[in-house]
Every structure is written in C-alpha cells, then in structure tokens.
Design a protein around this ligand. Structure first.
Ligand code: DOR
Length: 429
C-alpha cells in the first residue's frame, strides 16, 4: 500500500536543508517528495503517516554495535539488539565480531545474516574479525568473509598488537574493498587500568589508563594508512591528542576517518566518582579538556561519525566491584537524544548531526542509506525533537540496562522507524 508521510520537516544531510515536505512511499522505495498540499489521497488506497511537528530523517546507521549473539545471548540477541536499534531510530547497524565464537569465519557471518533476516527489523551488517579468534596472530579469510556479507574488518574489543599483521590486514583489506576499523589501545599502557588516568583516578584510588594508550595506536594506524594507502577508520575516539592526530592526518590527505560515541562528548571521568560501573567503558571517559576537544573535532569535521559502541552487559558483569566490572554501556536508545543536546549547545547544526548518524557511516561502510531522495530506499525515521523524557529501565528494549543515563532527563526521541518502506517500530507512549 502507498504510504504518505505527511507534513513532516525533512532533514536532508546531502543538501543540509530542513524543509516541510510530503514523502510518498511505494513498496520499498520513496516514489515522490512533494511540497505539502499537492498530494491527495483519493487516488486509491493510501496509508497516511502524520508527521506534523516531527522531523523526518534518513534512518540512522550505527557502525559500531555489539550484538552478543552467538555466545552471550543473555546480554543481547540479534533480535533484541535489532529492536533496540529500531526504537533508537536506527534502520541499520553494523555489529562487531567479539562474540563467542568470534565472527572470524564465513559460517558465523552467515549465521548473523540469517538471524537478522529472522528478526526482520533493521538491516544488520556484520563486521568480521581481522585475526583468527581475535588473537592477533593470523589473518582471517577476507574474501570469504566479504562474500558471506561482512562490510568491514575489526578486532574491536581488542587492538591488533602486531604492527606487521595490521599492515598486511590493511593491504588485503584495500584489495577486497573492506573498511578496517581500529580499536586503538596499547595494552601495555592500559594494563590494570579501569578508568582515565588523571586527577579523579588519583582521588578515588582507581588505577588509570593514560590517554597515550589510545594515541600511540592512532598514530600507528595513521602511519600504516600512509604506507598502505588503505583507508582506516578509528573507533571510539576519546582524547584531545587523538583528535589532533586525526586532524593532521586529514590535512595531509590521508584516508583516515573517525568516530566517537555519545558518552565521550556527554560525560567525563567525574561520572566514575560514585563508582558507577555503568560509567566504566573502554576507552574510559576522559577529562573535561578531552571532552571539549572531541566536541571541537565533531564540529570541524575531524570526527566524521557518531556511533553508539552499544555494549550490553548483564548485572552479572556490572553489579560487581568497579575493577572487576566489564567495560561498556548500551547506547542505541539514547544516541539521538545525546546528539541533539550537541545541536542545542551549538556544536553541530541539525543536518550536520544527522549526517554523522546516517550519511557518513553509510559511505564509510559502503552500504545504502543516509539520504532522502526519489527512487531511494525508504529507510526513514520520524523523530520528535521536542519530546522530553526521563529514561527508565522499563522502557529500554535492549536486553541489558547498563547505562548511566537511567533517571536522567533527556530530550528528543524516535517515534517511528521505517525500513524498506515497512514500519518496523512505532512509539506507543
Ligand atoms: O567499552 C567497551 N565495551 N569497549 C570495547 O571496546 C568493547 C565493548 C564490549 O564489547 O563490551
């Protein structure tokens, strides 16, 4: 049936325009984009979706999600993560390989694709491991993994310690047209650390992880991108010096892109003062100065993408002593609100923010989406940018509830998510 998305304010990240328009969807595609008041519904069966007062944006694309299937289904499944994604306004997510077994083979990649089809909610793109077992010893079969559906390569959760292996990974990845995503961490510097090394860690007596642990590896990846010509994408950027290194690499014309996650521009290391294990993430929440630099990096385009690093963990891993807790927080259902706060603060314009949540990740991964155009796939999200709410555990659709934002007042949330012309999720309250 034809769908008429009526009277919405369309945010187009390609033209960076915000305009009130009607969108007509036939089957899985957008057939027309029209000024309001032209289309009439007497031409057959039409389902009207009232978008008055709402923003219509390209469905968000998260290039950094942890779905815990196979292996840790008690934390998240491909189906539960897909539902959380849809509720957060995401129409596509790329999932990291640190499952059990890790996604280092054709069979695991195919399993993910099949489970995602079964869930039938959002598009799920597997990111396969760079090394077998994520052990950093032998490369996986990139060609096989790509054929099975992988869109990128990463050992995320762990760095690739061996620079020679990373060099070869980048050479082969370039040949196969796969994006390499790097988790930058010097394990010798981070060993034993559980939070950012700085005045807060000293005050509360927890062992720290210095910013240099990330920066050394960011610099190595930049060197390897120069050496191999292979594009490299830096995951979860958290420090001022990482931002500066990436800025310089871009100025030199190197094929380097970067993402940060909403918690790195919303929270700083002081969030750990009450020993809240939900504020334990890797890399850790950094200093106020780092947070400001991350915002500046987003503003000037050094940081291309906002990705969630959605990392579900159960009370088994979180309701323990701080140093024993697993790092990670969920993020699919709060990413838009936290990004909108940056728009309100004047760091990004609305189209810039939407672009970092949709168009740019689609380009980096080489997948469809990120635009609103006639003939394009109808992967769209309606958001209410005025909706104020207090986040409660009850409404979180992810299987895990590990977020420090519970009880906080947030603003702006998805109200309807459409994938390929099909409404896969709609807010009922
Ligand atoms: O905080 C994190 N959690 N950082 C990572 O790199 C991995 C992730 C996870 O898988 O839980």
């Amino acid at each position: 049936m034809t769908k008429w998305i009526k009277d919405g304010k369309i945010v187009d990240p390609v033209t960076e325009r915000v305009e009130q328009l009607d969108i007509i969807v036939e089957g899985e595609r957008i057939s027309k984009i029209l000024p309001c008041g032209i289309f009439t519904s007497d031409s057959g069966e039409v389902e009207v979706i009232d978008a008055a007062g709402k923003l219509v944006v390209p469905g968000f694309i998260d290039m950094h999600t942890h779905l815990r299937e196979p292996g840790y289904e008690y934390k998240e499944t491909i189906a539960s993560g897909s539902l959380a994604a849809a509720a957060g306004g995401f129409t596509a997510i790329a999932c990291m390989p640190n499952t059990d077994p890790p996604n280092d083979s054709r069979s695991v990649t195919e399993f993910i694709v099949e489970q995602a089809e079964r869930a039938n909610l959002v598009r799920v793109y597997p990111i396969a491991a760079i090394s077998v077992g994520q052990k950093g010893e032998r490369l996986t079969e990139f060609g096989d993994l790509k054929e099975a559906g992988a869109v990128g390569l990463s050992d995320d959760g762990r760095p690739v310690v061996n620079s020679e292996l990373m060099r070869r990974a980048m050479e082969y990845a370039r040949f196969h047209g796969l994006t390499v995503i790097s988790h930058c961490e010097d394990l010798y510097l981070s060993e034993g650390g559980v939070m950012h090394e700085g005045e807060v860690s000293t005050k509360i007596g927890l062992p720290g992880i210095p910013g240099a642990s990330e920066e050394i590896m960011v610099y190595r990846e930049i060197c390897l991108a120069r050496h191999t010509g292979c594009p490299v994408h830096i995951a979860h950027v958290s420090t001022a010096e990482s931002v500066a290194l990436i800025r310089r690499a871009k100025e030199a014309g190197l094929p380097v892109t970067a993402e940060t996650a909403p918690h790195y521009f919303t929270l700083d290391h002081r969030a750990v003062m009450g020993y809240d294990t939900n504020a334990k993430v890797n890399p850790p929440l950094r200093s106020e100065k780092d947070v400001e630099a991350v915002k500046q990096g987003l503003k000037d385009g050094t940081i291309d993408v906002i990705a969630t690093d959605h990392a579900p963990h159960s009370p088994l891993e979180k309701e323990v002593e701080f140093d024993r807790a697993s790092p990670g927080m969920i993020g699919l259902e709060t990413a838009f609100s936290l990004t909108l706060a940056l728009v309100k603060e004047g760091v990004l314009t609305l189209p810039e923010a939407i672009k970092k949540l949709s168009l740019i990740p689609s380009r980096i991964l080489g997948v469809t989406g990120g635009s609103i155009e006639e003939g394009g796939r109808a992967d769209l999200t309606l958001v209410d940018d005025k909706a104020k709410y207090v986040l409660t555990e009850n409404e979180i659709l992810s299987k895990s509830k590990n977020t420090p934002f519970i009880g906080k007042e947030l603003c702006g949330r998805a109200v309807l998510t459409m994938v390929g012309g099909r409404v896969v999720w709609q807010r009922t309250r």
